[in-house]
Design a protein. Sequence first.
Length: 210
Amino acid sequence: MDVYQVTLICAECRCESKAILSNAVSEALCGACGAKVLKARRFAGVVYVMSHRKVSGVKIGMTRHDVFRRAKQISGTGVPGHFTVMAAFPSSNPMKDERKVHERLVRAHLAKEHFELDPVVAVAKVRSILNREPAFLDRDIEPAVSQLRQEQRQKALGRFAGPDATGVAKPPSPVSQEDLFSRMEPKEIADHASRTPSHSARFISVLFSS
């Protein structure tokens, strides 16, 4: 059994807490105030999106092990340099989720895990297909995906509003400004995603390693 010690900052009292995680322990409490500082869930694997600065497109695949180890395995196979893990989507059935994503993205499929997609677009599309928030493992990808989603949201609102008698699109009503994309996922998942600290991405290789 693998055992790990992690250091966390309590959101309630801002004190530093140390927690021991293992296959049997998945929660941790703050030693100072008793608030819950971590709740981990073990998944069977992840669906990942990787990119390479010298290769067009992205790799979209799955692994039941450490996603960074997977990136090392496929790096240097015919192309110098390393693949960068942009995002990883936790999955209880990674093989099924990978197949679902590949089927939906068939028009952009080149070969095996290779897809002719911009990394930001790829992460946004996989998020939409799996209806699941990823762990962003590249510091630049999360704001870029958020910006793309905002642009898509504005376009969708414009289509729903439609033009008025003068041919100018009407401003959306307050009700229609609701996040259309949040409806794709259960409210509890959306709430959880909004509360998840950004540093949780650093533990992705721990939580998904066998």
